[in-house]
Design a protein around this ligand. Structure first.
Ligand SMILES: Nc1nc2c(ncn2[C@@H]2O[C@H](COP(=O)(O)OP(=O)(O)OP(=O)(O)O)[C@@H](O)[C@H]2O)c(=O)[nH]1
Ligand SMILES: [Mg+2]
Ligand SMILES: [Zn+2]
Length: 298
């Protein structure tokens, strides 16, 4: 009898499948290989057990995916945690907005985590909260955490129950450290920041799903993976900036791209302080990048 499970790790020659009977080491069946079905971490699969001690099996079928991230390959992820810091490394709003953009293109629910809040002075807290308010106003769920003092970790873990979440963010923001607090029994490579603190080095390389006690999984990913923007037509970029998408149809010109046209409703909102100017800049920047890319491939 085949059993159903989820692939939680992909190794060179086998997969690790999390099943109700335990973790099974499995290879893919000849049939699947013939169909050229490439299975990956996150896939729901059926496994036929061929050995019980240790548990080994063969993956025979793969379930339909609700989402798929190409690099690193991850199926059925539901939430993307964009991890950032106010200090060490200093907050990079462009990285954050790019991550939020990517999450939405991949149809993942984006969430923002401000980690290392233990390093904040009172003044930092006040300034950070101004930024936080502009993101919560857009509707992004937001958490503040400290992997050092464990503040805010319980709320984050509760939110992850029964979901498949993935952490992304610049190197050094504390992704691995946060995970080591949530999963004290798992080994993560954590390291101090490299001397070039805004870029840092990758200390994490492979992706795996870590089962949460209350159901659901969290994945560890390499630091910059999601900065690789997925290609979308430039006119669609606005759709992934929710506060700009809300302005569609309200500008003087129907084809307004919100780049200095007269009677632009977005410009009014920026002037009024309800749309953050940096969000608008990042929208324009991504839009230009998408237009460039389209020219390149034409
Ligand atoms: N003070 C403080 N330091 C932290 C916190 N979280 C992580 N750190 C430190 O920040 C450094 C980088 O943390 P990592 O967990 O390695 O960062 P990462 O995001 O996994 O980095 P990459 O794997 O390179 O992408 C380490 O020295 C951690 O000890 C925190 O909440 N507070
Ligand atoms: Mg790491
Ligand atoms: Zn406009």
């Amino acid at each position: 009898m085949p059993i159903t499970g989820r692939i939680i790790e992909e190794q060179k020659n086998f997969f690790v499948v999390d099943t109700p009977s335990g973790q099974v080491t499995a290879t893919t069946s000849g049939g699947l290989k013939k169909q050229r079905t490439r299975v990956c971490t996150g896939d729901i699969v059926e496994v036929t057990i061929i050995n019980t001690a240790p548990l080994r099996g063969v993956i025979t079928t793969v379930g339909k995916r609700s989402s798929f991230i190409k690099r690193p390959a991850l199926a059925n992820c539901s939430h993307l945690f964009c991890i950032c810091t106010w200090r060490e490394p200093p907050l990079n709003l462009e990285t954050l907005d790019r991550l939020l953009f990517c999450a939405q293109v991949y149809e993942l629910q984006p969430c923002i985590v401000f980690n290392k809040i233990d390093l904040n002075t009172d003044k930092d807290d006040r300034e950070m909260h101004k930024i936080i308010n502009s993101y919560t106003a857009i509707g992004y769920p937001l958490f503040s955490t400290s992997a050092a003092t464990h503040e805010g970790i319980d709320a984050l873990v509760d939110f992850c129950a029964d979901r498949i979440s993935v952490c992304a963010g610049l190197s050094g923001v504390g992704k691995s450290t946060l995970l080591s607090v949530i999963f004290p029994d798992v080994n993560f490579r954590t390291g101090p920041l490299s001397s070039d603190s805004t870029r840092g080095i990758h200390t994490t390389t492979s992706i795996r799903l870590l089962p949460l006690r209350g159901g659901g999984y969290i994945a560890d990913t390499p630091g910059l993976a999601f900065i690789d923007l997925p290609a979308v037509p430039e006119e669609d970029v606005v759709l992934y900036f929710p506060e700009l998408a809300q302005c569609i149809g309200k500008c003087r010109f129907n084809d307004c791209i919100h780049d200095n046209e007269p009677g632009c409703f977005v410009a009014e909102k920026i002037e009024e302080g309800t749309i953050a100017p940096w969000r608008h800049n990042h929208y324009l920047k991504i839009r230009r990048e998408m237009a460039e890319r389209r020219k390149l491939y034409r």
